[in-house]
Design a protein around this ligand. Structure first.
Ligand code: SAH
Ligand code: SF4
Length: 351
């Protein structure tokens, strides 16, 4: 069985030609796939019946995600879905809307996709990390998460404006499937979202960062740093292993040099652990002159006993970075009450 959402437009074209049909038939599959979101090949009426039957006989399907649970935040801006993938594995996908930031009269609508079920990196403050690693998600299943929300949004006259790879899992640890999904989603004959509207977040897998820089894509990169020195970082990210913070910063410079896109460092602030003024100063000197942006994320509650710092100490941390010339923002958290925020996604506690 091959899911048609797995194929790049060029591959779709080759498939159609190999089956003995003219090239234009590929667009008659691609257009409905990415604009009408059919659940089944029989819904693609533009194709001749014999062609649909041949595709089915050859094992081609349209694998859509099935919604098994939906939670919406009180303000209506965050929607968390539990989606069953083709093999019935449940995965969490989140939509975050920002009604105040309008793009041509539409709210910014960001989909946060998962790339793995669980995660092997074991970060101590992250709910997904605490699940352990279960499996990689296939490219078509990453695409299906986006398509499912695109369908919901289309029915409201809205559309997906941004995509972040910040759901469950480490994208660089599932590199080939992740990048295939990115290519399909950004292809102008595929889903067609702008490369610049995508951000891939990594815990700092250096080989992945360097590979991504060579892809000739304009996607944004976020690196989850969480500590300015190796001793503290190893406590928070036990599998940080061979990559020192200095090497990670170096990799971010290479990414910027190659792509022209500035890297964002994510920093989850935990009270009494990595939020002191001294640590802020250490972080400032690590990143100074680097042209990067720091995104401070006051920790979200998970099963671990990490505590969010007070507003005052978050602001003080921000002030120290800013006054050292390090560009910095505090992330406006959305969806914490429905456990849809960063680091709160886990699917092993269902049922
Ligand atoms: N594995 C990738 C992408 C998924 S995690 C990564 O780690 O970057 C997405 C973001 O959520 C990361 O910045 C991660 O550090 C952050 N995060 C994890 N647990 C969190 C928590 N409990 N509160 C706030 N942010 C958290
Ligand atoms: Fe994995 Fe990212 Fe969570 Fe770390 S923070 S365990 S890398 S998902």
């Amino acid at each position: 069985m091959t899911d048609l959402y797995r194929l790049l437009p060029e591959e779709m074209e080759q498939l159609v030609i190999d089956m003995g049909y003219p090239r234009y038939r590929a667009d008659q599959i691609l257009l409905p796939l990415y604009y009408k979101f059919p659940k089944d090949l029989s819904e693609i009426k533009q194709l001749p019946k014999d062609m649909r039957e041949k595709l089915i006989d050859a094992g081609y399907t349209i694998g859509s995600a099935k919604e098994i649970h939906r939670v919406v935040s009180d303000d209506g801006d965050t929607t968390k879905l539990l989606l069953n993938l083709t093999d019935e594995t449940p995965v969490e996908t989140v939509l975050i809307q920002y009604p105040s930031s309008n793009i041509n009269g539409h709210p910014r609508s960001t989909i946060c996709v998962s790339t793995q079920i669980g995660c092997a990196m074991g970060c101590v403050f992250c709910a997904t990390g605490q699940m352990g690693f279960e499996k990689n998600i296939k490219a078509e299943e990453i695409v299906a998460q986006v398509i499912h929300f695109a369908d919901i949004l289309q029915q409201r006259g809205e559309h997906v404006t941004n995509l972040v790879f910040m759901g469950m899992g480490e994208p660089m640890a599932n590199y080939d499937e992740m990048i295939r999904a990115v290519r399909i989603l950004t292809h102008d004959r595929g889903f067609g979202i702008g490369q610049r509207n995508i951000t891939i977040s990594t815990i700092g897998v250096m080989s992945g960062i360097d590979k991504l820089a060579e892809e000739n894509l304009q996607v944004g990169l976020a690196i989850s740093l969480h500590a300015p020195n190796n001793e503290l970082r190893k406590k928070l990210v036990p599998t940080a292993g061979p990559n020192s913070v200095e090497e990670i910063v170096e990799a971010s410079r290479r990414y910027y040099k190659k792509t022209g896109r500035r890297v964002t460092f994510e920093y989850a602030l935990m009270k009494g652990i990595n939020d002191s003024p001294e640590i802020a100063a250490e972080l400032a000197s690590l990143l100074q002159g680097n042209g990067t942006h720091v995104n401070l994320i006051p920790i979200n509650p998970t099963a671990g006993d990490f505590i969010r710092p007070t507003q005052d100490s978050v602001l003080e941390f921000e002030r120290i970075l800013s006054s050292a010339g390090v560009n910095c923002t505090v992330r406006v958290e959305k969806g914490t009450e429905i456990s849809a925020a960063c680091g709160q996604l886990r699917t092993d506690l269902i049922g």
